[in-house]
Design a protein around this ligand. Sequence first.
Ligand code: CTP
Ligand code: MG
Length: 229
Amino acid sequence: PPFWAVIPAAGVGSRMRADRPKQYLSLAGKSILEHTLDCFLDHPRLKGVVVSLAADDPYWPELACARDPRIHRAPGGRERADSVFNALQTLGELGAEPTDWVLVHDAARPNLARSDLDNLLMTLAHDPVGGLLAVPARDTLKRADADGRVSQTVDRSVIWQAYTPQMFHLEPLRRALADAQDAGATITDESSAMEWAGLSPRLIEGRGDNLKVTRPEDLQWLAQRWAQR
Ligand code: CTP
Ligand code: MG
């Protein structure tokens, strides 16, 4: 189905400890954010992209894609959820329909495979709720007690790691984020807002190499992989 992309890119990347926000660090000759955008700009069903950016961001205007007419800007917010919400408001102003599909994808995930993107779009095309890419837990999982001792081994077979893109209809997502915000709920991804609204997003198994660049070793790992292909 046709879809919009929302890319929250207003974080500071504190865990990366670099001289600039991690989405502007270089990977194989381009910024991480440009690689991330390429995953979507290459797709024939894309209607447009909204990128949420920090107000004082000096790096964005330097990118060639800043002049791409398919890419629109929204103001970043205090938390990731605020940045996403602002982008959804911008989508409304651009004339997006309430029922349009929106894929929210972290700027810091430059290694999204086209096969994962297509699988998400195809699997959820007729889903009433929407869903997200996710990866089944691999390691044996332990619950800790207050003393740092194992209190329990958790059933791994029902545990997934939430990735992005997360795919929902524009208006239900916008409303869920607004309501969760008003209630003071902690919202760390789009799915948790929909869950908060009482819905059950579908988990779509994705590739583990669609990792979020969070710490320096993540970028080293990706750079090595990209050098080999
Ligand atoms: N993000 C955003 N607005 C915020 C916070 C985060 O748009 N107020 C974006 C980041 O730019 C990133 C994505 O949300 O693309 C995932 O967030 P995270 O990995 O936590 O990035 P940062 O917040 O930048 O990193 P850190 O938490 O280490 O400071
Ligand atoms: Mg963060």
